[in-house]
Design a protein around this ligand. Sequence first.
Ligand SMILES: [Fe+2]
Length: 188
Amino acid sequence: MSIYETVDAFIADVKHVLAEEGASAPALERIADLMRDLVRSPIVDQVHEELAGNIHQGRQSRPLYTDASGLTLVRGRFDPDAMTPIHNHGSWGIIGVYRGRDRYQIWRRLDDGQRPGSAHVELVEERIMEPGDVAVLPPPPQDIHAQQGLDGAPAYELVLFGANTMILPRLYFDPAQGTAVEVQLGQR
Ligand SMILES: [Fe+2]
C-alpha cells in the first residue's frame, strides 16, 4: 500500500486512472484501491479535524476537492440513530470508511426508470464497513444505497464522486410505496 501525504496526491492518482481507462468498471476498482490507501493514511486525521463542525447527518460537508470535470471528493458522517433514506446521487462513487463502523446497504433498481415518481428497488446486500474498507457505487441508475453508523457512534467516510453531487438532484426511494422522489441537496 502507499501512504498519501495530501488529498491532492490522491486526486492526481485518480485522474491518472481516469485518463487511462475512463470510468470503466475495472477503473473504478483501481480507484477503490487508491481510496483504501487514502482512508488508511494519517492525512485523514488531519482532514477530520479540519472539517469538525462542518457536517450534517447523512449529508456531505463542503467538498474537499471539486473541479470542472465534476470529480468531487467529500466527507460524510452517518449517525447511529437511524438509517439514511434509500437514495442515490446520480453519479458513480467510491466510498471509504475512515472512522467508526458503517451498516451499508446496496440496493438495486429493477424498473426502467421511465415513469417519474415511481421505482421498484430491492435490497441486494447489507455489509458492515470498518475503517479502511471501501465500496464502489456503480454508475446511475444503480448507485443506490443506505447507511447508518453502528455501535452508538457516527461512521465517517470519504466519498469520491465522478460528478458534482453537490448540485445534482438525488432520488429518495421508498420500496414499500414503490416511489422515487427527487430531492435537491439541502432540502431535507
Ligand atoms: Fe449516499
